[in-house]
Design a protein around this ligand. Structure first.
Ligand SMILES: [Zn+2]
Length: 192
């Protein structure tokens, strides 16, 4: 599939790749994409864990891998409590990663925040970290993510194009450049 925009992609490897946003539209994905086995490669910077898990195949969730994923998404800052995570959230996270992998972006998906206990969410609020009072993190329906070498505006735009829920854009100065909040609640976007 030749696209004019691909010609401007940097050749070679190792450099930051920023494919043009116009090609980051999940609605352009075909059925074949959605029927593929789903392996997600995630990292938790806070606990330095990394896992590459095949959690969905032939239309069904692979229970053991799904449980491992839920564990990875646990509240690493609040007593390591875990809970069931909405499979729809994993669908968006996997879809996002599988999408950018097509453009040579192989970095793991960084999970900055997954499930949060109410106490842990409150602690963040008190520390001035942006966290909603009724955060969907507290019910296993939200994640704050980042992908190395991927501009957060491009990442957020892609997550939004899945039309699976809310997307928050948290831009920050510095080498890490912020993060994207993705949830499976109402479809809406905001900047925080
Ligand atoms: Zn969040």
């Amino acid at each position: 599939m030749a696209r004019a925009s691909e010609q401007s992609a940097p050749s070679g490897s190792g450099g930051a790749m920023e494919p043009p946003p116009d090609i980051f539209d999940a609605q352009a994905l075909d059925l074949e994409f959605w029927l593929r086995p789903r392996t997600i490669d995630v990292i938790r910077p806070a606990s330095k864990e990394r896992a590459k898990l095949l959690y969905w195949k032939d239309g069904e969730i692979i229970e053991s891998a799904y449980q491992d994923l839920c564990h990875i998404m646990r509240d690493v800052n609040g007593g390591n409590e875990a809970r069931t995570i909405d499979p729809k959230l994993f669908e968006t996270l996997w879809g996002t990663q599988a999408f950018v992998q097509r453009y040579g972006i192989e970095a793991p998906l960084e999970i900055l925040s997954g499930y949060r206990t109410a106490a842990s969410n409150q602690k963040l609020r008190e520390a001035g970290v942006p966290a909603a009072r009724q955060s969907l993190h507290m019910v296993g329906r939200a994640a704050d993510i980042r992908i190395a070498n991927l501009n957060s505006e491009v990442l957020g735009g892609l997550v939004k194009s899945f039309r699976q829920g809310g997307v928050g854009f948290y831009y920050r100065a510095g080498p890490k450049g912020g993060w994207i909040h993705a949830d499976t609640g109402l479809q809406r976007t905001w900047k925080g």
